[in-house]
Design a protein around this ligand. Structure first.
Ligand SMILES: Cc1cc2nc3c(=O)[nH]c(=O)nc-3n(C[C@H](O)[C@H](O)[C@H](O)COP(=O)(O)OP(=O)(O)OC[C@H]3O[C@@H](n4cnc5c(N)ncnc54)[C@H](O)[C@@H]3O)c2cc1C
Length: 444
């Protein structure tokens, strides 16, 4: 049925109509909207930048954007209070002007700070838990219309509220613990899949940040991967990677020049993956003779080095966090599965590592994790149907902002603190003003 507002997410894979779209100018307006919705039995969902792949913001009634609530509110040393609608791409330069930076982040900067943290957005690095853990306090317009300041004095509640999928109400402000601005050394290596899987647990310990790109693209062999390390500059290659062969002058120089010429701001259609294929073909020609070959070295501000150089392209992504100890088993079993299916993916499988935390709904709750993400488009159903059961079998928990086929019973089993989360939610939104169909099935 058609309505007053059409919502389309970034990847164009989620589309729905809502009665109304609202953009309040201040917190008092947010409160009025919530009071009115509660009185009329309407469901409000807050949207950030619309970068989630899942059904989180779906509602037949009111989509609320906090795009007008943006910018820095106050600073106290390394702690900075920001309006919840602030986009990361605007926050980063504002922090930089104060000599500060974000401790960690994902691959892109289009998200709002409240949206990114609400789903547990993460980067890579065992020393770097998900972005939500940087939140030291937040201010909430609750589902019952009350305003609540949640601080570290109530650690359990804070650990629920900062990764709460918008289920407690509309967050209006967040206080973030930042770090002094930093530069990062970015190094990319080509190596065989087998060697990478053997070494990954060690590489994850030896480097601040490490990730693996594993191509399933014609005409690339599946047994060649790219390992990327990101260490605070200056850090020369460490441990295992100190013995890598070096090719950074040749292909690396070419890749760097290519990367510098591409604008990452706009949305790039899928055919750009031809570019990825072209680069991957070049990588195929590199002879690794069993050793790592360093093909690219860059140094720059963290905001450039931690984000993706050649993306985004349209895709659907399914990503699971599995216990760190299961990394090698998961990748070997995935290798067998994808060979058996002859799986073709538009983008490389991405393997990242994230430090454990105590947030109740965090996929990294109670221990370090390895995140494995599969991204594709036309064949996503077929791929995800086989990928998800494997990840679940190995103790996986799905990323809240990405595609997932997880039942309410599975969520209860995955998250030991689920009952506490539900209790906190009910206190803040007794009438379910912020509960859409998905959230009602999980947390009513
Ligand atoms: C190209 C691309 C790259 C990505 N890279 C990564 C990555 O590297 N790592 C990673 O972990 N994830 C990644 N993601 C996922 C993305 O970071 C998350 O889905 C994130 O939640 C999107 O933020 P958003 O601002 O678009 O929020 P939305 O998707 O609009 O909303 C997400 C959730 O936040 C809630 N929310 C938003 N604002 C508020 C508020 N003010 N108060 C209360 N609730 C609120 C919404 O209700 C919803 O539940 C990527 C996604 C895309 C499309």
């Amino acid at each position: 049925m058609s309505g007053g507002h059409e919502f389309v997410n970034w990847s164009r894979t989620l589309r729905f109509h809502a009665e109304r779209y609202v953009e309040p100018r201040d917190e008092a307006e947010v409160q009025n909207i919530v009071h009115q919705a509660r009185a009329e039995g309407r469901i409000v969902r807050v949207r950030g930048a619309g970068h989630s792949f899942s059904q989180l913001v779906t509602t037949p009634h009111i989509v609320m954007s906090l795009d007008r609530l943006k910018g820095i509110v106050a600073q106290n040393g390394n702690e900075v209070t920001v309006h919840a609608g602030t986009r990361l791409k605007d926050l980063i330069p504002a922090l930089k002007a104060r000599g500060l930076g974000l401790r960690n982040m994902g691959s892109v900067t289009q998200q709002s700070i409240a949206g990114a943290t609400a789903t547990g957005t993460h980067g890579t690095g065992l020393r770097y838990p998900s972005m939500s853990t940087s939140i030291k306090a937040l201010r909430l317009v609750r589902g019952d219309g009350a305003i609540e300041d949640i601080t570290a004095n109530a650690p359990d509640l804070l650990g629920a509220a900062r990764l709460s999928l918008g289920a407690f109400g509309a967050i209006s402000q967040l206080t973030l613990e930042c770090v002094p601005y930093y530069e990062v050394d970015y190094d990319a290596y080509v190596v065989s899949f087998d060697r990478a899987v053997q070494d990954l647990p060690t590489l994850a310990q030896e480097n601040e940040r490490v990730l693996m790109w594993w191509f399933h693209l014609e005409p690339l062999p599946r047994d060649r991967v790219i390992i990327i390390t990101k260490n605070k500059a200056p850090t020369p290659p460490q441990g295992i990677l100190a013995g890598a062969d070096d090719l950074t002058g040749g292909l690396g120089g070419l890749l760097r020049r290519l990367g510098n010429r591409i604008s990452f701001d706009g949305i790039v259609p899928l055919y750009v993956t031809d570019l990825t294929i072209g680069i991957a073909r070049s990588l195929k020609s590199i002879k690794t003779s069993g050793n790592y070959v360093r093909v690219l070295h860059r140094r720059g501000g963290y905001e450039d080095m931690l984000t993706i150089p050649l993306l985004p392209v349209y895709h659907r992504e399914c990503e699971y966090a599995i216990p760190f100890a299961n990394t090698q088993t998961a990748l070997r079993r995935m290798d067998s599965l994808f060979r058996e299916m002859d799986a073709k993916l538009r983008l490389p499988v991405e393997v990242r590592f994230v430090g454990g935390d105590a947030d109740m709904l965090s996929p990294a709750n109670e221990g370090d994790v390895c995140y494995v993400g599969a991204s594709t488009l036309e064949n996503s159903t077929e791929i995800f149907e086989r990928f998800e059961p494997l990840m679940k079998e190995l103790g996986g928990r799905s990323h809240w902002g990405k595609h997932a086929n997880v039942t309410p019973d599975e969520v209860v089993t995955m998250y030991p603190r689920h009952p506490d989360f539900v209790a906190f939610r009910r206190q803040r939104d007794p009438d379910g003003v912020f509960l859409n169909t998905l959230l009602r099935s999980l947390f009513a």
